[in-house]
Design a protein around this ligand. Structure first.
Ligand SMILES: [Zn+2]
Length: 117
């Protein structure tokens, strides 16, 4: 890609980043659990029926992994936040890729200009 095109794309990424709404990292999983109540259907030795599904959110932040249950009314908002985070990561990764290419390309152009003298 040309230097001008790379710079234009970076400018566009900056604008797209500003438009990202609420976000959070993580992934959602459905969880089934056993309770402690004696004689509950989840304890049945023959045909145990666990409780659930519960929506569990897991993420790692500062090297620490966390899981939390998400109540149904919050589920769609959380899904939106997860999608926004993915977009955020994709854009910043693309920015870094472009920044590295751009730096390389600029060094090449400078070198060529010096060699012409
Ligand atoms: Zn139970």
């Amino acid at each position: 890609m040309q230097v001008g095109k790379m710079q234009k794309r970076i400018d566009k990424i900056k604008i797209e980043l500003q438009l990202i709404g609420e976000m959070r990292p993580g992934s959602l999983n459905k969880q089934y659990t056993k309770c402690g109540r004696q004689g509950c259907r989840c304890q049945d030795p023959e045909n145990p029926k666990r409780h659930g599904p519960y929506n569990q959110l897991s993420y790692v932040h500062h090297g620490k992994s966390t899981t939390q249950f998400i109540q149904k009314p919050q589920l769609s908002a959380v899904k939106r936040q997860l999608t926004n985070y993915k977009k955020f990561r994709a854009l910043t990764t693309e920015w870094v890729d472009l920044a590295l290419d751009l730096a390389k390309e600029k060094l090449k152009i400078e070198r060529e200009a010096r060699e012409k003298k």
